[in-house]
Design a protein around this ligand. Structure first.
Ligand SMILES: Nc1ncnc2c1ncn2[C@@H]1O[C@H](COP(=O)(O)OP(=O)(O)OP(=O)(O)O)[C@@H](O)[C@H]1O
Ligand SMILES: [Mg+2]
Length: 461
């Protein structure tokens, strides 16, 4: 990545305590990084406005101007600047406020120099990625992976940076984005980058749980609390204790359950159905949805107070159509993946296939692209995936290949694998509309969710 290293980056550090400032400067110092310092916050701000560094490190409590004020001023002028705040008095509330105002991170004093150095290294890498546009090659594919997610578009680099910002501090996060855009991957990345990464990560899909069982599923129950409750059972929240729970499809949560969830969010305790007392828990909550919760609040199908609490920090995922520049990279990634999986040595896609992939509307987003490449790799013959191999339903392509090889590959799938593959195909046909897909398949939405929770690649393993 010689190109990346040549790009020079500058950093301004502001702290009224000269000893602390020297320590910061010594900690971050490295080749290719220009470091400027100021002990006076006003002079620091002037320096920042004049030199426009990509990274600022700033003490929170300074005479004459607080770090928060400086942060607001910097973000107003250049929202892309990465600002690291330092404080002697950490609290989750002030960390959340700093991140909402646009800070990149919030570190405590006395300084953990190793932590500071590694955060600055990450930020420098991000800056260099933003500044460099290079031809897509396999080396780059590695470079543009972030915790299992692929992306080089500005929108995705922003998502990666935001995950890094939020992960150390969040108690609740709201993930929004259309179906198949990668919300579950983001949730895992948030958990894996959080201080509770060694604790459990418990995904729980509200759409897949029958409405009458939601509360017992989430909160647990005591023996005899309802017909069928033959023994005490811990709910998902308790299982996620010490870690993270992902409340997927939060828009499907019944209103009565929303009220109980609010209590968990506010008080960090849960009461099993039929229990007389709550139990204390310590969890982080990630809520995800493809629906517009604000509209649901207007329609009174989602509680406003819960929406407010969950949405204090959010991550918005763009649709694939909004980041078409990622399609070649994702294609390359999936081609490599399925080549290995099927043991068919594909090296890429033909020019025509690449153009068709670039022109498709991708209503099912990355999941749809993954399914298309899975199916094409199954149908096609190495070394290149060609246009007729692509099952795109928008007319620019022929129908799926009928070469004998493809038929044989499909013949080797088990019935269950076919079910999964078929569910993905039907969903794709309906542009990601799960209600219509379930109707057309003649199965319940819960069953569809179960099938879709297996990615097409799992189906074909
Ligand atoms: N940036 C990415 N890089 C690589 N793979 C991705 C990326 N985004 C999504 N995927 C893959 O696409 C598929 C769908 O992603 P995911 O399940 O996270 O979507 P989702 O937003 O949760 O969708 P839904 O709303 O339907 O639940 C998964 O198989 C995932 O691995
Ligand atoms: Mg999901």
């Amino acid at each position: 990545m010689s190109n990346l290293q040549e790009t020079s980056v500058s950093l301004v550090a502001v702290d009224d305590d000269p000893t602390s400032l020297d320590l910061i400067a010594a900690t971050v110092e490295q080749d290719g990084l220009q470091v400027l310092t100021a002990t006076d916050p006003r002079k620091g701000l002037d320096l920042i406005l004049k030199r426009r560094p990509q990274i600022v490190i700033c003490d929170l409590m300074m005479p004459g101007m607080t770090g928060m004020e400086m942060l607001s001023e910097i973000v107003r002028v250049d929202p892309v600047t990465d600002v690291l705040l330092l404080t002697a008095h950490y609290s989750t509330e002030s960390a959340v406020e700093a991140i909402q105002k646009g800070a990149s991170d919030y570190l405590t004093k006395p300084l953990d120099t190793r932590k500071l150095r590694s955060r600055v290294d990450e930020l420098i890498q991000n800056v260099r990625r933003r500044m460099t546009v290079r031809h897509v090659d396999s080396e780059l594919l590695q470079h543009y992976q972030f915790r299992g997610m692929i992306g080089r578009s500005v929108r995705m680099l922003e998502v990666f940076a935001r995950i890094q910002r939020i992960a150390p501090h969040y108690r609740t996060v709201l993930l929004t984005g259309p179906t198949g855009s990668g919300k579950e991957l983001v949730a895992r990345a948030l958990h894996d980058s959080s201080p509770v990464s060694s604790g459990p990560f418990v995904p729980c899909n509200m759409g897949a749980v029958p409405e009458n069982l939601v509360e017992s599923e989430l909160f647990g129950h005591v023996k005899g609390s309802f017909t069928g409750a033959t023994q005490d059972k811990a709910g998902m929240f308790e299982l996620a204790n010490g870690g993270t729970i992902l409340l997927d499809e939060i828009g499907e949560m019944p209103l009565a359950t929303q009220a109980k969830l609010l209590r968990v969010v506010q008080q960090q305790d849960v009461q099993r159905v039929g229990a007389t007392r709550p139990r204390k828990i310590d969890i982080r909550i990630i809520a995800a949805t493809h629906r517009d919760l604000r509209t649901m609040v207007g329609e009174k199908t989602f509680r406003e107070d819960l929406f407010f609490r969950l949405g204090l920090l959010d991550v918005k995922l763009p649709s694939l159509a909004e980041r078409k520049e990622d399609i070649p990279l994702l294609t390359r990634y999936f081609v490599q993946h399925f080549s290995k999986l099927y043991n068919k040595p594909f090296t890429g896609v033909t020019r025509k296939a690449e153009m068709a992939l670039g022109n498709h509307a991708w209503p099912g987003n990355v999941r749809e692209l993954e399914g298309v490449i899975a199916s094409a790799a199954l149908m096609g013959e190495p070394p290149l995936i060609d246009l007729p191999d692509l099952p795109l339903s928008c007319g620019q392509t022929g129908s799926s290949s009928t070469s004998t090889g493809s038929g044989e590959s499909e013949l080797l799938l088990s019935l269950e694998q076919m079910d999964v593959l078929h569910a993905h195909r039907v969903l794709r046909h309906f542009g990601g509309d799960k209600v219509r897909a379930a109707e057309s398949l003649g199965i319940s939405r819960a069953t569809l969710y179960r099938l879709l929770s297996k990615s097409p690649s799992v189906a074909l393993e």
